[in-house]
Design a protein around this ligand. Structure first.
Ligand SMILES: *Cc1c(COP(=O)(O)O)cnc(C)c1O
Length: 394
């Protein structure tokens, strides 16, 4: 068989490598605690599950869904965006349901990228931005996110010839993996940049409702002019603990939404309708579970940050997202640090290097473990920290 070159270019999916290491430990009978994957441990709220049970019995939902999704689901997205962000959307032209936002994030490259084209991609960043670009035959120009710049890309540092050639700018706030947030001024700057160089902006915002200390993240689409140049990917995964159900949406510029719709209608047949009914129940129903979950995450955040600081790792408690992005001591790579944690403390974290070159020097902790495992994980980290401070000078 002769496979396409792109298959060789695919990186091993970050979590596959981690999963292998965990499996090897578990095969030896060792109970591994994983802070690796960002996947809410709290179940989907029960009123949403009830809507699935009812919808599963309706024969119309046993048939092919439409690619553009149920009008009722698009309307509930419209109403939610209006209420949550004050952003007005046309449910027919500016909203496209996705089989989880990852699906749309991967496919949108096909709308913009021809072989040789450039996408501007944050580093560290969610791997799908650059992999989608590569699968479409394009190249990622990486924008390093530095702590001293609040993990925002320096758009002025992009060389003129790259900016002229680029077709897409990827942004993601609240950010995975750094937990950083963006303010209105940054988004305004990004819109000016996009207009100047005729670049589309894809903002990825699944963590807009995972936030702490009373902070309420903004939508990119609240920015004046944003609808002229870009779209926002959003998802029910993190807001409503629905990662397993695969439902998200792209919203914003009608031309971009239409082109993504055209690509998708040739590749997939949309989200199962019973799951769209869950989406409607989630978006229209009571929202109080969100605050309750954020209280749980915030409590975990505070406990974890305290332990990490004791271990000598530098962390700033993030205002949003499900992650703690911790600076590790100089003189050890993030992969080696993560390996030591796994070998010596039976604890999994994600090495920052896995999110890009600029992620080196950091490790990522996810807050999505149930409290019992979380506390056991903290105990292991403390013990590791005590041992390390005695044996290694950090
Ligand atoms: C979790 C996540 C997504 C995707 O979530 P879906 O479950 O596919 O909707 C997208 N972007 C980032 C940065 C994420 O962390």
């Amino acid at each position: 068989m002769k496979f396409a070159n792109r298959i060789d270019k695919l990186p091993p999916y970050l979590f596959v490598e981690i999963s292998k290491k965990i499996a090897a430990k578990r095969a030896k009978g060792i109970d591994v605690i994983s802070f690796g994957i960002g996947d809410p441990d709290i179940p989907t709220p029960s009123h949403i599950i009830d809507s699935l049970i009812a919808a599963s019995k309706v024969p119309a939902n046993h048939r092919y869904p439409e690619s553009e999704g149920l009008p009722e689901f698009r309307k509930s997205v419209r109403d939610w965006y209006q209420k949550r962000f004050g952003v007005t959307l046309d449910a027919d032209k500016e909203i496209l349901p996705l089989i989880g936002s990852k699906e749309g994030i991967g496919h949108i490259a096909l709308c913009f990228i021809d072989p040789g084209d450039i996408a501007l991609v944050p580093d560290p960043g969610y791997p799908v931005y650059s992999v989608g670009t590569m699968l479409a035959g394009g190249q990622s120009y990486y924008l390093p996110l530095h702590e001293e710049n609040g993990f925002l890309p320096d758009l002025d540092a992009i060389p003129e010839d790259i900016a002229r050639k680029a077709k897409v700018l990827w942004l993601n706030y609240p950010n995975n993996p750094t937990g950083a947030i963006a303010d209105a001024a940054f988004f305004e700057k990004a819109v000016r940049f996009a207009k100047k160089y005729d670049i589309a902006i894809c903002h990825d915002g699944p963590y807009s409702d995972v936030a702490f200390d009373g902070y309420k993240p903004i939508s990119f689409l609240q920015t004046p002019g944003a609808m002229d140049v870009g779209i926002e990917f959003h998802s029910l995964s993190k807001t409503f603990n629905m990662t397993g159900w695969r439902i998200g949406m792209a919203v914003g510029n009608a031309q971009i939404i239409n082109s993504l719709m055209r690509v998708k209608s040739n590749l997939d047949s949309g989200i199962p309708q019973a799951i769209q009914q869950m989406g409607i129940a989630a978006l229209k129903g009571p929202q109080d579970a969100i605050a309750e979950h954020n209280r749980i995450y915030q409590h975990r955040r505070d406990k974890l940050c305290a332990v990490l600081n004791q271990m000598g790792l530098k962390v700033k408690p993030p205002k949003a997202s499900l992650y703690i992005w911790a600076r590790i001591p100089d003189g050890i790579t993030s992969a080696d640090y993560a390996t030591r944690l796994l070998e010596e403390a039976d604890t999994v974290v994600t090495p920052g290097r896995g999110y890009g070159q600029a992620g080196e020097g950091y490790i990522r902790f996810s807050l999505t473990l149930d409290d019992k495992k979380f506390n056991e994980g903290l105990a292991r980290l403390s013990k590791f920290g005590d041992k390390t401070s005695k044996t290694v000078k950090v």
